[in-house]
Design a protein around this ligand. Structure first.
Ligand SMILES: *Cc1c(COP(=O)(O)O)cnc(C)c1O
Length: 422
């Protein structure tokens, strides 16, 4: 595979951008590769600066459920930009998308738009603290909620509360306001509420974690979180930045039948442009400025180009049978893939149209399980697939995605390649 232009692009980027990338995983370090430099993308295909083509199973981290460069979405964005890219003054596309979000995700009685998932979760957490007048946030190991200080904590040693930040530059006093617990561990949650229930502002959770690889919530775990937060006057925040409009038209909460107090959206909601949202109970959202005392703002928030692309995406997704069709394709693919995977010492975790192949023998139901997976074996698999023009999400601890643009042929090829992987 020719990589000369990519290597030159990388060397040039390294001169001006730390690590040559604007988001760390893109450097492909954990899989022992050099970064790709993409020229264009269409449907399920990426084309790099050397003219190599890859079938994309990362899809900008799940954004492109309709495939890249969907003609109607691009058209909506183009006609929006023709009227000006940003005003810093309200415009109609903001209300139009808020209305659509409320229609699909009824728990989001009020919605506010921001520019990234990080901002959405950070703001939802601030709001929960303002509403409850409490400080403590409970999260789960391996769940990712963006890179705001209070949420960059993953390795709490349970109730002892010895929370440690996952990044340099996060003061211990911030990390101390967050307790991180094992996912699917109701007892650990119960213990924290028993000991510190009056301090807990919110439990924030990816209802189906995708950022430690796909891990499924067990039977009663989410309903239990709903009950225990309600009992203790804490809020339940579902971070649906990945699962929103991915697992169903109403996200994970519609699929799993649990109604959170606040929800965050991102990725799909902007149709490929920088937009994200948080929203939920009217009485909670009423505390946001300018109605209430919790401050939150953004120069490009509710950007009309992103709002228009997002609205067009949601309209297409709500066409009859969209998700049923995508899932049928996914089901066929996964049922074959699961067998091939086990013959290669890997386990398939999947739900809807997202999946992770964990190179491990045991079940993966928590971050601790996911971390047992063989990262170097995954690295071999990633490089093998890349050499065969398939781009996977570039880490063992990430999710892969299908789109309506993936052809049956591309999926058959994935399976055939995995069969030949040694
Ligand atoms: C991607 C993601 C975020 C962060 O969103 P950004 O737009 O990258 O800031 C937050 N939460 C979850 C669950 C995500 O998948």
């Amino acid at each position: 595979m020719k990589r000369t232009n990519a290597i030159r692009a990388y060397e040039e980027a390294l001169r001006y951008i730390p690590g040559g990338v604007n988001s760390p995983v893109r450097a492909l370090k954990s899989v022992g590769e050099l970064p790709l430099f993409i020229q264009k993308a269409k449907g399920a295909t990426l084309t790099d600066v050397d003219g190599n083509r890859f079938t994309d199973f990362c899809l900008s981290w799940g954004v492109f459920i309709l495939g890249h460069s969907h003609p109607s979405v691009n058209k909506a964005a183009r006609s929006a930009v023709a009227h000006g890219a940003s005003y810093g003054i309200p415009s109609l596309p903001e209300t139009a998308l808020a209305r659509l979000v409320n229609l699909r995700v009824p728990s989001m009685e009020k919605v506010r738009f921001v520019s990234s998932g990080t901002e959405a979760v950070m703001s939802a957490v601030r709001l929960a603290r303002g509403f409850t007048r409490r400080n403590l946030i409970v999260k789960f190991d391996g769940c990712y909620h963006g890179h705001a200080d209070h949420l960059l904590v993953s390795a709490g040693s349970g109730v002892a509360g010895l929370s440690r930040a996952s990044s340099a530059g996060v003061p211990d006093v911030f990390a101390a306001c967050t307790v991180s617990l094992p996912f699917n561990d109701a007892e650990a949650v119960e213990r924290v509420f028993r000991e510190r229930g009056e301090d807990v502002a919110a439990v924030v959770v990816e209802p189906v974690p995708a950022n430690m690889g796909v891990v499924l919530p067990e039977g009663d775990f989410l309903p239990f979180l709903r009950r225990i937060t309600a009992q203790h006057g804490a809020l339940l925040i579902f971070d649906e930045v990945i699962t929103g409009f991915r697992l169903s038209a109403g996200g994970a909460q519609a699929l799993l039948g649990v109604r959170p107090d606040l929800t965050t959206l991102g990725k799909i909601v902007g149709g490929g442009f920088p937009a994200a949202a948080f929203g939920g109970r009217s009485d909670v959202m009423a505390l946001l400025a300018p109605e209430g005392p919790v401050y939150q703002a953004g120069t490009l928030s509710g950007n009309p180009v992103a709002m228009s692309a997002g609205a067009k995406t949601l309209q297409i997704l709500s066409r009859d049978g969209y998700y049923a069709k995508l899932e049928k394709k996914a089901d066929r693919f996964f049922s074959e893939l699961s067998d091939v995977a086990s013959s290669k010492g890997a386990r398939l975790n999947r739900i809807g149209s997202m999946f992770t192949l964990f190179f491990t023998k045991g079940e993966v139901r928590s971050f601790a399980d996911a971390q047992k997976a063989d990262q170097s074996r995954f690295g071999e698999f990633f490089r093998y697939m890349l050499a065969n023009n398939v781009y996977l999400s570039p880490s063992q601890l990430e999710a892969n995605f299908l789109s309506s643009a993936h052809s049956e042929r591309a999926l058959r090829r994935f399976i055939a390649l995995m069969k030949d992987f040694s």
